[in-house]
Design a protein around this ligand. Structure first.
Ligand code: PHB
Length: 416
């Protein structure tokens, strides 16, 4: 392995690996680079030039507003996986176009879904960061039988009362990261909690999920508006301090999480522990807040940069090398979504006219993901996740990041 690659892996993977392990990892990464360069890939060995019509993927992801960075990560994660297989599967070239999910007005993503289907004739829709937007496109894609893979928005109803045979979710339901965390916090002796969450579906469903297993006292629920356009969280942090909890449990993401944590650094009482579903301390946020990172924060999420498996090492290394950006949970979700598309296209040999058969192929996809085993639950059309309990640390090589301290496997949305 070249010295350059070796020092790069050391910097990005950041573990003190024994030399033999280092060589193995280097060989994997180098092999992946070489395959990507000649247009091949592990998922379609020996693929020849595509013969069928292009398979058109229409992404709907934000390019501005609170969640713009999340959209960027998902797009890049998808691109990384499609590149790995030479952007083809089942004898078809895969072509991706993206529309702006926009922020705030759910009629915009619905209009974008219509445009992608009716003008651009896409074969599949993916993306959607925000819960209300996933609900907004639900009836349209259901009625028009458009295969759809939601790659972030966690709104529970899509796995329950609003489930559609044409919608599968590769990310999580809002219930998933938080339902197991209530019991975990009680077991750790946290008996007085304040919930802090962006005041919309994703925050409210997070709060409801933790209440299912948290048997301590919830002293208050502090609900900043979503998005918090003023960027000012002072009054909300004061509400938390006044309630005198042992810990806060947070749902927030993107720019709102960045602003909250910067202000909490000086304003939140030092005695209050920080916990939550992991989005508010994901790598997109940590990269933006530097020393305002709440070291010691304990969060639940279905991935961590430091997760120690071969697929994650390859993914995080290649992502950083390709884009110069540290991977985050959203990038991982994009990467897995692209893989689901590739595996399903290969399974039906590129024949997607029979929509029911194509959806069945999607439902049956399973593989080793950077998050661990990936498979769908047939009852909820939603991915089954391991929820990793993570502790925020400052790593000498990786900087601020989340270390996995416990794994809660097989977290399956109840589906009703
Ligand atoms: C959601 O609206 O479902 C949502 C948005 C951002 C996240 C997680 C969930 O980080």
């Amino acid at each position: 392995m070249s010295e350059k690659l070796e020092s790069y892996l050391s910097a990005t993977v950041g573990r003190e690996l024994p030399r033999r392990e280092f060589l193995r990892l280097g060989a994997t990464a180098a092999g992946a680079f070489a395959l990507a360069a000649c247009g091949g890939g592990t998922a379609s060995p020996g693929a020849s030039a595509p013969t069928g019509p292009d398979f058109k993927v229409g992404g709907i992801l934000p390019t501005s507003g609170t969640y713009a960075e999340l959209g960027d990560s998902i797009r890049k994660g998808m691109q990384l996986y499609f590149d790995k297989v030479g952007s083809q599967a089942g004898g078809r070239r895969i072509v991706v176009s993206n529309e702006d999910e926009a922020a705030g007005d759910p009629s915009i993503p619905l209009a974008k879904a219509r445009k992608l289907v009716e003008q651009d004739s896409v074969d599949l829709i993916t993306g959607i960061i925000a819960s209300p937007n996933a609900l907004a496109i639900r009836n349209y894609v259901d009625q028009n039988k458009v295969p759809t893979l939601i790659s972030n928005a966690g709104v529970n109803a899509l796995s329950r009362s609003q489930k559609s045979p044409f919608i599968y979710r590769t990310s999580f339901s809002n219930w998933q990261p938080s339902q197991p965390m209530g019991r975990y916090l009680v077991d750790k002796g946290i008996n007085k909690l304040v919930l802090v969450y962006s005041n919309y579906a994703a925050g409210a469903e997070t709060a409801a999920a933790i209440k299912e297993t948290y048997s301590g006292q919830i002293l208050a629920e502090v609900k900043p508006p979503f998005p918090n356009t003023s960027g000012d969280f002072a009054a909300f942090i004061t509400q938390v301090n006044n309630a005198r909890p042992e810990a806060i449990y947070v749902f927030m993401s993107g720019q709102d999480a960045i602003a909250l944590l910067k202000q909490a650094k000086t304003q939140l009482d030092k005695s209050i522990k920080v916990t939550g579903s992991g989005f508010f301390v994901e790598q997109d946020v940590l990269g933006a807040i530097a020393d305002a990172a709440p070291v010691g924060a304990v969060t639940g999420l279905h991935w961590a940069l430091t997760l120690d498996n071969k697929e994650n090492q390859e993914f995080t290394t290649r992502f950083k090398s390709r884009f110069g950006k540290t991977a985050d949970v959203f990038a991982m979700q994009g990467y897995d979504t692209a893989r689901v598309i590739v595996e399903a296209l290969n399974a039906v040999k590129g024949k997607t006219d029979d929509k029911a058969a194509f959806m069945k192929a999607i439902a049956q996809v399973s593989f080793k993901s950077p998050r661990g085993d990936f498979r769908f639950d047939a009852n909820s059309n939603n991915v089954i996740n391991t929820v990793y309990v993570r502790e925020l640390i400052r790593d000498p090589k990786l900087g601020y990041t989340n270390k996995v301290i416990s794994s809660l496997p097989n977290v399956v949305d109840p589906g009703k």
